[in-house]
Design a protein around this ligand. Structure first.
Ligand code: PNS
Length: 158
């Protein structure tokens, strides 16, 4: 059985992430969405809020489990018998960071492969940071995030 993990900060979840989750389910039998527990980052949404948002937005996918993790991703993979890491790629600018991450992860866990999925054209410029910025100034984010996330953002900035 191919168990994948789609790790990230998801602060907040975007339609770009949702697209990668849907497509990862065609590559993996089961997908863990792994939300990074990272106290050094100044997140907009708390870990509990992000877990709730992800669980709500993925509630219709039987084979998706939303979890949080701390420490090394590869340690989490080994512990939970995860054999593939899913990452989304948008522009070339993502590549340098992603190749570093994938290379280090392979060195730490040679049996865990990283699989890259290209973002759809309409999501090439969708990022959590863009969503936070537009939302902060009350811009229209309806094409960037699911309605549940839009509600949470509205409450955050009201
Ligand atoms: O959404 P992000 O912030 O780009 O996701 C980054 C993430 C969570 C994939 C990455 O920071 C990560 O895997 N962190 C856990 C620590 C780790 O294993 N780092 C890789 C070796 S340096």
């Amino acid at each position: 059985m191919r168990i994948g993990i789609y790790p990230g900060s998801f602060d907040p979840l975007t339609y770009g992430h949702m697209d990668i989750i849907e497509r990862a389910l065609k590559v993996c039998d089961k997908l863990v969405v792994g939300i990074l527990l990272n106290s050094s980052k100044n997140n907009l949404f708390s870990l509990d809020e992000r877990v709730e948002i992800l669980r709500h937005c993925c509630r219709e996918y039987e084979n998706v489990e939303v979890m949080s993790f701390g420490g090394l991703l590869t340690d989490y993979c080994k512990k939970h018998k995860i054999n593939c890491i899913i990452r989304g790629l948008r522009a070339v600018s993502d590549f340098e960071y992603e190749i570093t991450l994938a290379s280090i992860n392979r060195r730490l866990a040679p049996d865990v492969d990283t699989v890259f999925l290209m973002a759809r054209d309409e999501n090439l410029f969708v990022s959590s940071s863009v969503v936070r910025e537009v939302s902060r100034y009350n811009g229209d984010i309806s094409t960037l995030v699911p309605p549940h996330v839009a509600e949470k953002l509205k409450a955050k900035f009201s």
